[in-house]
Design a protein around this ligand. Structure first.
Ligand code: NAP
Length: 312
């Protein structure tokens, strides 16, 4: 008997294709009658393959659920406490995306500082011909960058920034003695001492709104905020207001509080670069993440330890 896997929300086709051979797959995401399908298959389901979301109600609806294999490293949309209480294993896809997400963070920083998007428009609008060269931009070398969350991805960003000639500091809940960068226990203090803050910590309640007006004001009118973490990490109305009022200079944003909705005020701002949550979104990296989702399920159903369980 093949183990039964439920796919509750749309997931990369590569995952569904890979599961077809070894599992009986139920596509709740494609069902017209979600409740009906869930009720009929629930007793047999032993695994869930999902895109960063699984709530307590779904877990409670699946009495034989053993494992939730989630696509993506962030699992703030999975109720891991509830899963732990029920003895359900939860896995995510760390490490395989570090390089890509770090590149996206630095791409945003360079795009903001060198006005990449603005000057692309300058050429297309014929302004280079009509007005000549636009104003000079800002180098990132010799700037000081504060990383909020010096974890797997944060450390990759830090190493790359050093190659760009930047100085790195970091904030987290604890000092990491094996890291060569200056530690700030106080996020506002770090922002005050830095030209740029890059957020790359987990989302969820513990970090909700920690990049607040005080942090943005501490960065100041020449400062840059890059968010590649989760939209919940910044206080979005405060961020929009700080940019509008010029108390914060610049922002590069990959993530937003209510995706895919983005505050329209940001659309008109030349000092902001926006991305539709593209941190890990290359074919190569997403393929690696998809394979890890499947490999975790395969390990579990082969009776082996899963490859990448979440710490909780
Ligand atoms: P990780 O290795 O677990 O690192 C997370 C870091 O955040 C740690 O250094 C941790 O340090 C710090 N942190 C955790 N809770 C904190 C808190 N309450 N306050 C301050 N710092 C805190 O995770 P990762 O693999 O680098 O991934 C980080 C996050 O990036 C993910 O959770 C995900 O949300 C996001 N992400 C976004 C994209 C995208 O597409 N934009 C792609 C991948 C990942 P301490 O333990 O010392 O506090």
């Amino acid at each position: 008997m093949k183990p039964e896997i439920l796919i509750p929300v749309p997931i990369m086709q590569r995952v569904a294709d890979a599961l077809e051979d070894s599992y009986t797959v139920h596509r709740l995401d494609k069902a017209d009658d979600r409740a009906g399908l869930l009720a009929s298959v629930a007793p047999g389901v032993r695994g869930v393959a999902t895109m960063g979301v699984a709530d307590a109600a779904l877990m409670d609806a699946l009495p034989g659920l053993e494992i939730i294999s989630s696509f993506g490293v962030g699992y703030d949309g999975v109720d891991v406490a509830h899963a732990a209480g029920k003895g359900i294993v939860v896995t995510n896809t760390p490490d395989v995306l570090n390089d890509e997400v770090a590149n996206t963070a630095i791409m945003l920083l360079l795009a903001v500082s060198r006005k990449l998007v603005l000057y692309d428009r300058y050429v297309r609008d014929g302004r280079w011909v009509a007005e000549g060269s636009p104003p000079l931009t800002q180098a990132i070398r010799n700037t000081r960058i504060g990383i909020l969350g010096l974890g797997r991805i944060g450390q990759d960003i830090a190493r790359k920034l050093e190659m760009f000639g930047c100085t790195v500091a970091y904030h987290g809940r604890r000092k990491q003695d094996d890291q060569p960068y200056e530690y700030f226990a106080d996020l506002v203090g770090m922002a005050r001492s830095c030209d740029t803050v890059i957020a790359i910590c987990p989302g969820g309640e513990a970090t909700r709104g920690i990049v607040n007006r005080s942090v943005l004001d501490a960065l100041g009118p020449n400062g840059t905020f890059i968010n590649i973490a989760r939209g919940s990490v910044h206080d979005e109305p405060a961020l929009v207001a700080a940019l509008q009022e010029g108390t914060l200079g610049f922002a590069g944003l990959d993530v937003f509080a209510d995706e895919p909705s983005v505050p329209e005020e940001l659309f008109a701002m030349d000092n902001v670069v926006l991305q539709p949550h593209q941190g890990s979104a290359t074919v190569q990296t997403r393929n690696d993440m998809a394979d890890l989702v499947v490999n975790n399920l395969d390990a579990h159903f082969a009776g082996k330890p899963v490859l990448t369980p979440v710490t909780e």
